[in-house]
Design a protein around this ligand. Structure first.
Ligand code: ADP
Ligand code: 5SP
Length: 470
């Protein structure tokens, strides 16, 4: 009989840090804590460390925990000097200043096909390698001082270990696969591509740990798991199988699916990321997720619950009103300079309810295009699982099956990235070929008659907003 143990998972996401403590063998949640992150697309990594400490304290401390893993927002560029000090604020995944650098890199390697063949990703502003090129072009002194380049989850794991040895920095295949200088099919870095970006020899990079490798210990002797990118951690929490498409509506809007094979999409919609178990995670990510509803709720001066009720009180198609949700520019499709737009305004649809409905439909149409592209890569789709802060919106849950044309399963609200990290920690603790079997919570299925005309109208107007690229 195995001794009862608890494990912890961390989600250091764009807007906040969440800590979840679970029973290692059943997955039952024992306690949780959270803390907010600063706003902005450029953040001092020390702020993540401070928020982690606050979230740990809010969760009642971790001294009884036997293993810890960290999941985090992907792609953020953390530059360390030779003494391990942070050189500049991290540029986050949603920082668009590197859009031109991304286009330059695509050209420098010979075009999108060359990138799809090399690393399964065509760089856009979000991808770490584009940020590295931006650094080389705009802050050459900082580029020259960078002794180690790492990602948010690598850096936080290293901080928790309390190590000052830069050689102890480790990452995992899932997060490395979002850098643009790692090939998920071979499991090796492509230092040549990073050198192309930085115009200098490659800085040191974290070692790549396997899915159940321990990468160190905490000060109280708990094992540290390899951690993962947030989307891979969520897939691990959901026990995602072939045929499951995960739609995650956090700051980003994400569509991804666990797959035995790597995608190859020179059009740049589907990125060839890896999962946290040794498989692949074809993924489409937009810059505009739950904040589209945050912004609409703020414009209307209402809370989320009322926004949802308003949206559900309006007819499908919002009486011809279409909201294009590119409020932060867009990453997929690659329109870094685009803006959001409202089309089809008439006296008859100039109401809060129509605007609320148009916001929900616009967000869902953008995600539906992601599902189309995932299917286009040969990924089978049996059902859609919807998670993230946005999945708390009743309107998103009820309208998603109509826009997607698929049944949508919504697991009970929860922190699935932190839970996936905790499950990885339990796997590291217990070992074995598979993660420990954790009970699945309740899942509510939403079904609705498809409304393809809503997508058709969206497709007619979405490119009328300004922008560049495919
Ligand atoms: N009931 C709700 N309806 C719509 N959006 C919501 C609701 N509750 C929370 N959100 C939004 O979800 C987002 C936070 O989700 P989360 O998945 O934690 O994001 P992230 O991982 O990017 O930090 C916030 O933008 C928040 O306003
Ligand atoms: O860039 C991506 C995936 O490629 C995003 O999914 C980030 O990983 C941030 O996630 P959230 O904070 O929105 O959950």
């Amino acid at each position: 009989m195995t001794e009862t143990s608890v494990v912890a998972g961390v989600d250091s996401s764009t807007q906040s840090c969440k800590v979840m403590v679970c029973d290692a063998d059943t997955g039952a949640v024992v306690r949780e804590g959270r803390a907010t992150h600063p706003d902005g697309t450029e953040v001092d990594p020390l702020a993540w460390s401070t928020a982690l400490d606050e979230a740990i304290a809010a969760a009642g401390g971790l001294e009884d925990v036997a293993a810890v893993s960290v999941g985090a927002q992907q792609h953020g560029m953390v530059c360390l000097d030779s003494s391990g000090q942070v050189i500049r604020d991290a540029l986050l995944w949603n920082d668009n200043r590197s859009a031109v650098s991304a286009a330059d890199l695509v050209r420098d390697l010979g075009g999108p096909e060359a990138w799809a063949d090399a690393v399964g990703i065509v760089p856009v502003a979000s991808i770490t390698i584009a940020k590295a090129r931006w650094l080389a072009d705009h802050e050459p002194d900082n580029a020259a001082r960078t002794a180690v380049l790492c990602l948010p989850h690598d850096w936080l794991t290293w901080r928790i270990a309390g190590s000052s040895d830069l050689g102890a920095l480790a990452t995992d295949r899932s997060d490395a696969s979002g850098t643009g200088y790692f090939d998920a099919t071979t499991g090796d870095y492509r230092r040549d591509l990073l050198e192309l970006a930085l115009r200098r020899s490659s800085p040191a990079l974290p070692s790549i740990a396997g899915p159940v490798d321990s990468v160190g210990e905490t000060s109280w002797g708990a094992l540290l798991g390899p951690g993962a990118g947030d989307n891979a951690a969520a897939a691990l929490a959901l026990g995602s199988r072939e045929g499951d498409v995960i739609v995650s509506i956090g700051t980003s809007g994400v569509v991804c699916a666990v797959s035995a094979t790597a995608p190859r999409d020179p059009d740049g919609y589907v990125a060839g990321f890896a999962d946290a178990t040794g498989r692949h995670l074809p993924l489409v990510c937009t810059l505009n997720g739950a904040r589209v509803l945050d912004a609409t709720a703020a414009m209307l001066g209402v809370e989320h619950a009322l926004l949802a009720r308003l949206a559900l009180s309006s007819p499908a198609g919002s009486g011809g009103l279409v909201l294009v949700p590119y409020l932060e520019g867009e990453r997929t499709p690659n329109r870094p300079d685009a803006t959001g737009a409202i089309h089809g305004l008439r006296l008859t649809n100039s109401t809060p309810a129509h605007l609320a409905r148009a916001a929900v439909e616009g967000l869902l149409c953008s995600l539906a295009e992601g599902i189309d592209h995932i299917i286009g890569q040969g990924t089978p789709v049996r059902r859609v699982l919807m998670v993230g802060g946005g999945a708390r919106s009743q309107a998103l849950c009820e309208l998603a099956p109509a826009i997607f044309g698929l049944p949508v399963d919504v697991p009970e609200p929860g922190e699935y990235v932190a839970r996936g990290a905790a499950r990885q920690a339990a796997w590291v603790l217990r070992g074995g070929d598979e993660p420990p079997k954790w009970a699945e919570g309740e899942i509510r299925r939403y079904e609705a008659d498809p409304t393809p005309y809503v997508r058709q109208r969206y497709a007619e107007v979405r490119d009328l907003t300004d922008g560049v690229g495919p």
